[in-house]
Ligand binder design. Structure first.
Ligand code: SAM
Ligand code: DTB
Ligand code: SF4
Length: 329
């Protein structure tokens, strides 16, 4: 049985891309077989005990014109969130320096915008320049981009653009009505066209099925090349949003998703992202074994709590994980 499955899956040629069926076959492997295979791929491409740390900062919070059903920052829902304007450069620099001092190698700045406005380009470019000058990798997530805006960010020293596809193309309209899957892919193409590295992944546990989780990975894995950084978020239920009462996803399904993603995208940093607070140390350890090699590090994500840095340090030490330094620029 196992050998039949293995023959089918390993016959999927990389050039022809990954089919949804082949991805679902990986998901259906016995847990031990799937983890063994994913961990073997992981060791072939990465230091199996290395972990990349990214720290998040919300540089513009709330009041967003999009209606993403998971997000507490959408103006469509009533949440307890305080709306905040674009952060001043000194505040961002201070937070970035603190993140670096605490051990992060990448600083990710997120804005609750539908799209970047031309008038804000010089302001966000100045943030990138300042953070980059501290010796950190830079990442931004600002909504939709125009090609010349992506170029300006690249010239300012931006390394990564984060723009998540969130789920499968089929499930996407269940979650967001104010933009399409193609809008998302279009912005990713523009960021790539400007020479930015891509950070793109999604959220699981929004009520989607395994078919949709496989569909999300299918889209990411068939990008040429796949995103350099792939965040897998577990839904953080935010009171006041339409998904606030979604039943939590079984953690072993997260582990399977990480394992499948590692097999499909051997060379990408795979980030165990939002939702770690709700996971046991054991579940997180399984995610690292399955191929996750990056986390968001720091007491806050954008607007919700993250597993605290001191708990993280204890966890990393107990697992013998060491953190990746920022690459010399
Ligand atoms: N507004 C920009 C955008 O949507 O592209 C950037 C900021 S947005 C908050 C960044 C990503 O955070 C989203 O694409 C989504 O994948 C993730 N996210 C937002 N709220 C979340 C939640 N409650 N739980 C898990 N992930 C979430
Ligand atoms: C990503 O995939 N997850 C991060 C980052 N990229 C921008 C955001 C998670 C947000 C979780 C909910 C919040 O804190 O607002
Ligand atoms: Fe706006 Fe981004 Fe939140 Fe969607 S996920 S509502 S685009 S901040």
């Amino acid at each position: 049985m196992e050998s039949t499955q293995r023959a089918t899956i390993s016959s999927a040629p990389a050039e022809a891309g990954w089919s949804r069926e082949a991805i679902l076959e990986l998901y259906a492997l016995s847990f031990n077989d799937l983890l063994h295979r994913a961990h073997t791929v992981h060791r072939q491409h990465w230091d199996a005990n290395g972990l990349q740390l990214s720290t998040l900062m919300s540089i513009k919070t709330g009041g967003c014109a999009e209606d993403c059903k998971y997000c507490g920052q959408s103006a469509s829902y009533t949440t307890k969130l305080q709306v905040e304007k674009l952060s001043p450069v000194e505040e961002v620099e201070q937070a970035a320096q603190a993140a670096k001092d605490a051990g992060a190698s990448r600083f990710c700045m997120g804005a609750a915008w539908r799209e970047l406005k031309d008038r804000d380009v010089p302001k966000v470019a100045a943030l990138v320049e300042r953070v980059k000058s501290l010796g950190l990798e830079t990442c931004m997530t600002l909504g939709m981009l125009k090609p010349e805006q992506a170029e300006a960010l690249r010239e300012a020293g931006l390394d990564y653009y984060n723009h998540n596809i969130d789920t499968s193309e089929e499930y996407y309209p269940e979650v967001i009505s104010t933009r399409s899957y193609d809008d998302r892919l279009d912005t990713l193409g523009k960021a790539r066209g400007a020479g930015l590295k891509l950070c793109s992944g999604g959220i699981i546990g929004m009520g989607e099925g395994r078919e949709d989780r496989a569909g999300m990975l299918e889209t990411l894995a068939n990008m040429n090349p796949p995103p350099e950084s792939v965040p897998v978020n577990m839904l953080v239920p935010v009171p006041g949003t339409p998904l606030a009462d979604t039943p939590p996803l079984e953690p072993l399904e997260l582990v399977r998703t990480i394992a499948v993603a590692r097999i499909l995208m051997p060379q990408s940093h795979l980030r165990l992202s939002a939702g770690r607070e709700a996971l046991s140390d054991e579940a997180q350890a399984l995610c690292f074994f399955a191929g996750a090699n990056s986390v968001f590090y720091g007491d806050r994500l954008l607007t919700t709590d993250n597993q605290g840095a001191s708990d993280d340090q204890k966890l990393f030490a107990s697992l013998g994980l060491h953190t990746e330094p920022a690459p010399a620029s």
